[in-house]
Design a protein around this ligand. Structure first.
Ligand code: ZN
Length: 497
C-alpha cells in the first residue's frame, strides 16, 4: 500500500513538472520571446502538451488508484492523502475523456491563434481573426462532446475553471447583479476629469512603487519576479518561484492596481501548504477563488480609504510635481470613480461586472450555436450599449480586447465576477477576525491580513472542492448581497462625496 502511494506521488510529481515546464514556455512566449519565435514555440508547446497528456491519461494511474482504494477508504476523508488521491483520480478520469490528438491540436491552435489575435487587435481587424476564432470554437465544441451526455454544454467548459459549478448557479447570481449594477452605473457614472491622474508618470517610478506594494503585501524577491507583458497574468513554477507580470503606461497609474492584482494571485499560490509541492493539490482551488484574492488586494484593500491614508504621502513623494498638491480625498475619489468605459481590465469596481456579464451572455450563445462568430462583433456592440449605455467605436475597444477567446478559454470570464463577489464575502470574514484591520492598513501593515488569508484559504490549495472551500471560508455559497452592499456603501456614503 505504502509503496503504491509513494509511486503515485512520484508520478504526480513528474506530471506537475511537465505542466510547469509548459508554463515556462508560455511565460517566455508572452514576456521575452522575439516575434520570430512564434511558429517554433507553437510546435514546442504542442509537442510538450502531447507528452504531458499521454503521461496524464496512462492506464498505470488507474491501476494505482485501484490498489489504493482500501487505503483511501481507511483514511479520514479530509486527510491530506485522501484528498490527494481523490483530486488526482478526478483529474485523471476527466483527462481520459479527451483523446490526445484533440488535446494536441488544441494546444497547437492556441499558440497560433494567440499570434493572430495580437495582430488583429493591433489593427482592430476582426475579419483576420475570425477564422481563428471559428477554429477555437469548433475545437472547444469537440471537447464538450467528449463529456456527453451533459445538461448544458457550457457546464463542461465552466468545469475546467470552476470544478463542480453549474451554469445555472451563475445565471442566478448574475440575474441579481445585472439590474443593480446597471442602476448604480446610471446613478453614479461621471465624465468629470481628474487631470492630475493623467501623467506623465515616469515608468521607472511606477515600477519602483509596484515593487514596493508587492513587497509590503508580503512577497519576497528571492521567490517572486515581476516582468512586463501585453496582457498581465501570474504563473507559478514552484512554491519558491512565483512569476508576476504587469504593464506600464506613462499617462496613468493603472499599473499600481495591476501590480496589486497580480500580487494577490501570487500570494495565493505562494501560500499553499508546502507539503503539497509537486502534487495536483499545489495551486489555487479555482479561477473564482483565485480572482477573489487578486480583487481583494487590488480593490477591497487597494482602493480603500485606509489604504490611501497610508499610500497618499508615498505617491506624493514619488510624483511631487503632479500630485504634491492633491489632497487625499481627491486621490481616493479619483481611483474610485464610476465611469462608462470600453476596456474591462481598466474598468472601475461598479461597471466591471457588466463587462463580465456581456461576455458570459455571448459565450453561452456561441456555445449553444445560437450566435455565429461572424455576427459576434454586432452582437457585442448591441449588448454592450444595452448594458453600459455607450456605443463601441471599433473592435479594438470591443470584441478584440481580451486574449481569452483566442486561447479557446470559453467559460473563464464569469469567474472574474464570481471572484469579485467572493472577495467581499471573504473580506467581511477577515474583518470580523481582525477587528483593527483598517488601522493596520492605515499604517501600511498588511501582515495580519495576509496571514489570515494564508491560513484560511491559501494553505488549503486544491485539497477541497471550490464549493467546499468557499463554505469553509465564508460559511455559505456565493452570495451577491455583500458585494452590492459594499458598492452602495462606497458610492452613496460620505467616503466619496
Ligand atoms: Zn486576475
Amino acid at each position: 500500500m505504502e509503496q503504491a502511494f509513494t509511486e503515485l506521488k512520484e508520478r504526480l510529481g513528474k506530471l506537475t513538472d511537465l505542466r510547469r515546464a509548459e508554463g515556462v514556455l508560455v511565460w517566455d512566449m508572452t514576456v521575452f520571446m522575439p516575434p520570430g519565435g512564434g511558429p517554433t514555440r507553437a510546435a514546442q508547446l504542442a509537442t510538450l502538451h502531447e507528452i504531458t497528456h499521454e503521461y496524464e491519461i496512462d492506464e498505470s494511474f488507474g491501476e494505482l488508484f485501484e490498489k489504493l482504494e482500501p487505503y483511501a477508504a481507511s483514511l479520514p476523508p479530509d486527510s491530506e492523502d485522501a484528498c490527494l488521491i481523490r483530486v488526482a483520480q478526478r483529474d485523471w478520469s476527466k483527462a481520459r475523456r479527451v483523446p490526445t490528438e484533440l488535446a494536441t491540436e488544441f494546444a497547437l491552435a492556441q499558440a497560433q491563434s494567440y499570434d493572430a489575435w495580437v495582430r488583429a487587435r493591433e489593427n482592430s481587424d476582426f475579419a483576420s481573426f475570425r477564422p481563428w476564432l471559428e477554429r477555437m470554437l469548433d475545437l472547444r465544441l469537440r471537447y464538450v462532446e467528449c463529456f456527453a451526455p451533459y445538461d448544458d454544454p457550457y457546464d463542461v467548459l465552466l468545469d475546467d475553471f470552476e470544478p463542480g459549478m453549474k451554469t445555472d448557479e451563475i445565471r442566478a447570481v448574475f440575474a441579481v447583479l445585472e439590474p443593480e449594477l446597471v442602476s448604480l452605473v446610471e446613478a453614479h457614472a461621471t465624465d468629470e476629469k481628474d487631470d492630475f491622474m493623467s501623467g506623465p508618470f515616469p515608468i521607472a517610478s511606477q515600477e519602483a512603487l509596484s515593487r514596493e506594494l508587492i513587497g509590503r503585501f508580503g512577497a519576497t524577491w528571492d521567490q517572486f519576479r515581476l516582468d512586463t507583458t501585453v496582457h498581465p497574468f501570474e504563473v507559478t513554477f514552484g512554491l519558491g518561484d512565483i512569476r508576476l507580470t504587469t504593464r506600464y503606461r506613462e499617462d496613468d497609474l493603472i499599473s499600481l492596481f495591476t501590480a496589486m492584482h497580480e500580487c494577490g494571485h501570487g500570494l495565493y499560490e505562494w501560500g499553499v501548504n508546502p507539503s503539497f509541492e509537486r502534487t495536483p493539490l499545489c495551486s489555487g482551488c479555482s479561477a473564482a477563488l483565485h480572482e477573489s484574492q487578486s480583487r481583494l488586494w487590488e480593490n477591497v484593500v487597494g482602493r480603500s480609504l485606509p489604504f490611501w491614508r497610508w499610500f497618499h504621502p508615498r505617491l506624493q513623494e514619488t510624483f511631487p510635481e503632479k500630485l504634491g498638491g492633491v489632497p487625499l480625498e481627491s486621490l481616493h475619489r479619483a481611483v474610485n470613480r464610476t465611469r462608462r468605459s470600453f476596456i474591462r481590465v481598466d474598468a472601475d469596481e461598479t461597471s466591471y461586472g457588466l463587462h463580465v456579464i456581456l461576455r458570459f451572455d455571448l459565450e453561452q450563445r456561441l456555445i449553444s450555436g445560437e450566435l455565429a462568430v461572424e455576427d459576434l462583433p454586432d452582437a457585442w456592440n448591441a449588448r454592450f450599449e444595452e448594458l453600459l449605455g455607450i456605443p463601441v467605436p471599433n473592435d479594438q475597444l470591443g470584441v478584440l480586447q481580451d486574449a481569452h477567446w483566442s486561447g479557446g478559454s470559453f467559460g473563464y470570464f464569469p469567474t472574474y465576477l464570481l471572484g469579485t463577489v467572493l472577495s467581499v464575502q471573504i473580506w467581511e470574514k477577515a474583518r470580523a477576525a481582525i477587528p483593527d484591520v483598517d488601522e493596520q492598513i492605515e499604517r501600511g501593515d498588511f501582515h495580519q491580513l495576509h496571514m489570515w488569508l494564508r491560513e484560511n484559504i491559501y494553505a488549503l490549495g486544491r485539497k477541497f472542492t471550490p464549493a467546499e472551500t468557499i463554505e469553509r471560508v465564508v460559511g455559505g455559497p456565493i452570495d451577491p448581497e455583500p458585494y452590492l452592499r459594499y458598492l452602495r456603501d462606497k458610492l452613496e456614503t460620505s467616503a466619496l462625496v
